[in-house]
Design a binder for this molecule. Structure first.
Ligand SMILES: [Cu+2]
Length: 230
């Protein structure tokens, strides 16, 4: 019942956004200035939003209710030498398109001027079994409950966990927000999973090889963190 609705919503967002897969940055981190995506979703959302998706959104309310603090698990307190930051998840202001989640991020220690891939991965740190594995590898693969190919955060063909790339300033900091169809709870939700910051840039599935279709060739995992409820 939820699955076809989610796919429909995916297709709709892909349509209204032009399927660009790009990530929007704003330094003030207030969520202002998102006119293009808000307007598009509002124009199309009313006719296709079903009771099922509305119920799913109302379950958590339009607030930032999930958060992940990311760090190098081997040196979690050394943010001078490592990637560290916070990612929060909540509803966008586009209530009519109420599966579209607004994601805010503030991450330091990245490569100045580069785009870094950001994903939700399947397991919390320690992996499926919860063992003491203090590496980001233990978080497993991308969260992909719909069994799709890898893509960008606004593509129709994407993993639920595909959040695209974040833009890094000249100081190595990425701060801003992005929008993606990311259910917070329920069987496809990201609650109780993890966020991984990659060393490389996500090719959003356009690389033409198996690595691209699977993970966007995003490279190593310098930081990760469990997604917890606020
Ligand atoms: Cu990843």
């Amino acid at each position: 019942m939820f699955k076809p609705t989610f796919i429909l919503a995916l297709l709709l967002v892909s349509f209204v956004s032009g399927a660009s897969g790009t990530v929007e940055n704003d330094d003030d981190d207030t969520g202002k200035g998102s006119g293009s995506i808000r307007g598009g979703a509002g124009a199309g959302g009313g006719a296709t939003t079903t009771d099922a998706t509305r119920l799913n959104a109302n379950e958590f309310g339009c607030q930032r209710t999930l958060e992940a603090n990311v760090s190098n698990p081997e040196e979690p307190d050394d943010c001078d030498a490592n990637v560290c930051g916070t990612i929060t998840f909540g509803c966008s202001e586009s209530w009519e398109m109420n599966s579209l989640t607004e994601i805010h991020y503030n991450i330091t220690g990245l490569t100045p001027g580069q785009k870094h891939a950001l994903h939700v991965h399947q397991y919390t740190l320690g992996g499926e079994t919860g063992e003491e594995d203090l590496t980001c590898t233990s978080t497993g693969g991308h969260w992909n409950p719909m069994a799709m190919n890898h893509g960008g955060n606004l593509n129709a063909q994407r993993h639920v966990g595909d959040l695209g790339n974040i833009l890094v300033d000249e100081t190595g900091r990425a701060a801003g927000r992005l929008l993606a169809l990311v259910p917070l709870k329920g069987e496809t939700g990201i609650a109780g999973r993890s966020v991984v910051v990659h060393a490389g840039t996500d090719d959003l599935g356009t690389g033409g090889d198996d690595g691209s279709r699977a993970v966007g060739n995003a490279g190593a995992r310098p930081a990760c963190g469990d997604i917890v409820q606020l």
